[in-house]
Design a binder for this molecule. Sequence first.
Ligand code: ADP
Ligand code: MG
Length: 265
Amino acid sequence: MSQASAVPGPRIFCVANQKGGVGKTTTTVNLAAGLALIGQRVLVVDLDPQGNATMGSGIDKRALPLSVYDVLLEQAGIAEARQPSPKGGYMVLGANRDLAGAEVELVPLERREKRLKAAIAAVAADHDFVLIDCPPSLSLLTLNGLCAAHGVVVPMQCEYFALEGLSDLVNTIKQVHANLNPELQIIGLLRVMFDPRITLQQQVSEQLKAHFGEKVFDTVIPRNVRLAEAPSYGEPGVTFDPASKGAQAFVEFAKEMVQRLGRTP
Ligand code: ADP
Ligand code: MG
């Protein structure tokens, strides 16, 4: 695949945090929709057997002709398996419960942690960004995401144990960087579900900045009910209610991301 050097490939990011319910999927689909709004060609890869990014993009996970499972087992390519999010403005490689089986089926196979990387390389020319929604674990699925990615975006709530939980993820990223993927780095920490009225959240937010400096994104995603309602309508908050504070924050975040990477929208 030496043609890859001729084409400036997509920026590939994992949205990861080993805790569940911290806003990974919300970040993935809304960042995707925000990037699409500013003209970027985006692919979302759902790496979570729960299929929330798939459903939240308006695609029925129970009716996927092909999914990321088929791609990891090399039964299909991404070009055949991806489909457009009807309202999101981006493409989706969907997931459902089949993917839980892949975890076991991959173990005896060769290049088991590099499968996603190879599959994305084959569609590199089609996308400016690939966003990988990781499951809440440091499993072989997440490892496939980390091996495929240039960087990790870590959504986090500014709560008391937030920093403590981060160290496992940071250590895993260091190990993958050292042994499997020298390109991998933490792109940034994204403060999500933020409520400025809560003093503790402000304090943790300050601690985060003191500790991680410019690795903390400037944009803060507020707690906003429209972001939570959007998935049941099968679209990201960014398109569901563009005027909402949550949607506006994610569009700002998309712009910040593009600026940080030196690509003007
Ligand atoms: P994860 O993918 O890490 O498990 P989700 O993105 O699914 O987390 O978010 C967990 C829950 O919190 C979901 O019900 C989601 O709708 C809600 N949620 C996420 N971000 C926000 C936000 N900024 N404001 C309000 N609710 C949010
Ligand atoms: Mg999720």
